[in-house]
Design a protein around this ligand. Structure first.
Ligand SMILES: C[S@@+](CC[C@H](N)C(=O)[O-])C[C@H]1O[C@@H](n2cnc3c(N)ncnc32)[C@H](O)[C@@H]1O
Length: 274
């Protein structure tokens, strides 16, 4: 199954859905919950929902742009779908969207749609720091609308709107989100899929509100037993190898035959119970 998230995400994890599905099915009886503290495009989460493998998903992202996009889709799906169908997909809209995301204003529909628009029309889905697909002169082989299939995207957004009562959304720091989770979710029936920014940040692909101290704090939180079911993906970095030396660490590229598609080596780390 291909991703059905409306977003393109550099390094998106939709391809892990089968693995996550297996983990979901090993949770105790339904209802089953699934949470992503660094959700980004939430590629895997929406597939699990579509397959009805999960009853409730909880998405969280600290970035006001990402949060605004999800919030607008969930709260105003028809308006968002209309905007997808009607907005001219050209350089003028691209520049206008850039001005909106760079203005640093708070969460709003306009910020959410501008973020989505840039994600679909910029190289590699990078919202800030990459130019438009096809270049500023639009002389490339691919043009700015190459990844903007209006009908398909509007349909994904309307479907997500129809799932609103099964999707919780928050804009918290991931560490806060995880520490609050035991009081918010039935954690024995919740799988946490944790996909933080790389330790070795590779350019400005997306917000990186992590640093070494926070990577360490995250490892403490995951390994102190508070959350019984979790899966973690990271870049293959010595800090991570050392912090999680007590856990099972698998090479993602080897496990999922992604050698050709990914430049960075990534690892998948499981909780003890897996
Ligand atoms: C690697 S991406 C997640 C990609 C996602 N798994 C997917 O498949 O689309 C990391 C996300 O974490 C968010 N982020 C960065 N630092 C954060 C923090 N401290 N707390 C919460 N979210 C954060 C970024 O905005 C970004 O969307």
């Amino acid at each position: 199954m291909r991703s059905i998230s409306p977003f393109r995400y550099p390094g998106g994890k939709a391809f892990l859905y089968k693995y996550l599905l297996g983990r979901m099915e090993s949770l105790p009886s339904r209802p089953r919950y699934y949470a992503e503290p660094f959700c980004g495009g939430a590629g895997a989460a929406v597939i699990l929902l579509k397959l009805d493998a999960v009853d409730q998903i909880h998405l969280n992202d600290a970035d006001p742009k990402v949060y605004s996009a999800w919030k607008s889709i969930l709260e105003e799906p028809d308006r968002f779908a209309e905007a997808i169908l009607e907005t001219p997909v050209d350089l003028e809209t691209w520049h206008a969207s850039r001005r909106i995301v760079e203005s640093g204003s708070g969460a709003s529909f306009d910020l959410g749609f501008a973020t989505f628009f840039l994600n679909r029309t910029s190289r590699s889905g990078i919202v800030i720091g990459a130019g438009p697909i096809g270049g500023y002169d639009q002389r490339g082989n691919w043009k700015i609308d190459a990844r903007f299939n209006r009908d398909a995207l509007a349909e994904r957004v309307r479907w997500l709107g129809s799932m609103k009562n099964r999707i919780e959304l928050t804009q918290e720091d991931a560490l806060t989100f995880l520490s609050r989770s035991p009081s918010r979710l039935p954690i024995n029936q919740t799988l946490f899929f944790v996909d933080p920014p790389y330790v070795k940040a590779g350019g400005r692909l997306y917000l990186n509100a992590m640093n070494e101290g926070k990577h360490i704090a995250l490892s403490d939180m995951l390994q102190d037993g508070m959350l019984p079911h979790w899966i973690l993906t990271y870049d293959d970095h010595p800090l991570i190898r050392s912090l999680y030396s007590q856990q099972t660490i698998n090479d993602l590229a080897v496990t999922y035959s992604l050698q050709k598609k990914r430049k960075e080596r990534e690892v998948l780390i499981n909780d003890h119970a897996a």
